[in-house]
Design a binder for this molecule. Structure first.
Ligand SMILES: [Zn+2]
Length: 466
């Protein structure tokens, strides 16, 4: 079983200066590698092999690092296993080529040799992951700046002893030993991350003797809890319970503090020390909000999952679609822009982001699998407009929190009704025809590939009386 533990580090001044320098250096190689891959693509696939896009002149194909080493040099991984036919794709990938070039980088720029080698390798592999995400349809890799490049990963050599951690090339460092690592687990990797209030380490640990959690097969599911996510209340459950939404960043007090701190930053001279100080204060406030939200969400997820049901039914929401801006409206005669309702929608968008539904869903999935339960995602179309008595679908059925059917007069709390509808749709799928079952079972096996970082929970979740 693989899992992550997160701790706060206590670096001394030398440590933190060194780590900050590392981040700058790693960011530069990351950006360089990305630019190189883009150049390789341009040279090999757009312009053909013999033209360099930047100089616009005819050039040899060896101007870009990856295509140079891919074309000549060592394009093959291992001759022996290629001959045996063991390797299906013996050609080196762009990532492989860039990793084998790291010693050369250290020769050319000797200050890079102060960084641990596995950190440098993981840095290139990070770009591979970014490309993999891109090919799966999630946006092209971005060039990184100081604000979105804040971490690096060790693959080997990390040791723990009491409340001290050994990081290769950085040395022994103290950390807040807030939870102990259970026996039998070995350290697989460690990621160091800079946040507003200091440095954190997330340790990936593994114990092969403990099997992975297996979600319940769908044909054993008998009872289902339906959840309807919202903003006025965070979750409505089909057993008539409601869970509050504390609106951590959009309540009146937080909004006011954010406004004041933001103004204090923008009033200071650019590049000044005071601006930096003010920005740090603002960042710390943002972090405090995030921490509160994360802690609350673990609590909510635990409440939902530890009910006596076999499965939790959630809405399959398209959150990025909900956050999209309104379409621009232009007056055809004068060419001026008309009101399109975006300024009204802005507040709603902020509330949606503040509720962080996808983070909550991730936590529910994680805890559910841990307790041998299943999370099933349901199409929420018309779930709050459909009458549960006669099936009549109409927008005017719903008036705020009230639901009154215009055809049969059936009335209920709108959101709880929606949660019940979601539960019933889920039960339909579970008990429904075999094709549907097989399709959703395939989805069920894909559940929770990503483990959310768990900071405050104890090792095994305590069963509460909900
Ligand atoms: Zn009705």
């Amino acid at each position: 079983m693989l899992t992550n533990f997160c701790f706060k580090l206590r670096p001394n001044v030398t440590h933190s200066i060194k780590m900050s320098n590392w981040l700058d250096m790693l960011r530069s190689t990351y950006n360089w590698s990305l630019a190189d891959r883009i150049a390789q693509y341009n040279q090999q696939f757009i312009q053909g092999n013999y033209c360099d896009i930047t100089t616009k002149g005819e050039a040899c194909p060896l101007t870009c690092f990856v295509s140079k080493n891919g074309a000549s040099g060592e394009p093959w991984k291992d001759n022996k296993s290629v001959l045996d036919g063991k390797l299906k794709n013996p050609r080196r990938s762009a990532g492989d080529i860039q990793i084998t070039a790291l010693p050369e980088l250290k020769k050319r720029a000797p200050w890079f040799s102060e960084i641990d080698s596995t950190v440098l390798q993981q840095n290139v592999k990070r770009l591979d992951t970014a490309y993999k995400n891109f090919f799966e349809g999630r946006g092209f890799p971005k060039f990184k700046n100081r604000s979105n490049f804040t971490s690096f990963t060790y693959q080997m050599g990390v040791k723990l002893q009491g409340s001290k951690i050994y990081l290769p090339k950085l040395g022994w460092m103290r950390f807040f030993n807030s939870r102990s690592i259970p026996n039998g687990f070995t350290i697989k990797a460690a990621t160091i991350r800079k946040r507003q209030d200091g440095w954190y380490v997330s340790i990936r640990i593994e114990n092969k003797s403990i099997p992975d959690y297996i979600p319940k097969p769908l044909n054993e599911v008998e009872s289902v809890l339906g959840c309807d996510l919202g903003i006025t209340k965070l979750v409505h459950l089909s057993d008539r319970h409601q869970i509050n939404n504390p609106k951590f960043s959009t309540n009146k007090k937080a909004k006011r503090t954010l406004k004041i701190r933001q103004r204090r930053v923008s009033k200071k001279a650019k590049g000044s020390k005071n601006r930096k100080k003010a920005a740090n204060k603002l960042g710390r406030f943002h972090k405090k909000i995030t921490d509160k939200r994360v802690a609350y969400q673990w609590d909510v997820a635990n409440k939902i999952v530890s009910r006596k049901v076999d499965a939790v039914a959630l809405e399959d929401l398209n959150i990025s679609g909900m956050l999209k801006r309104c379409k621009v409206k232009v007056d055809e005669i004068s060419g001026r822009f008309l009101k399109n309702g975006q300024s009204r929608k802005k507040g709603l968008n902020r509330s949606i982001s503040d509720a962080a539904w996808s983070e909550l869903i991730l936590k529910i999935e994680y805890l559910a699998v841990k307790q041998g339960k299943v999370v099933i995602k349901i199409n929420p179309k018309h779930s709050s407009q459909e009458c549960r008595n006669c099936g009549h679908i109409d927008k005017s059925n719903r008036d705020g929190e009230k639901f009154i059917c215009t055809q049969c007069g059936y009335h209920e709390h709108a959101d709880i009704g929606a949660a019940k509808t979601i539960r019933d749709r889920c039960l339909e799928i579970v008990r429904g025809d075999s094709a549907k079952l097989a399709a959703s079972q395939q989805n069920a096996q894909k559940i929770s590939p990503r483990t959310p970082v768990q900071t405050w929970r104890v090792w095994e979740p305590v069963q509460t009386g909900y």
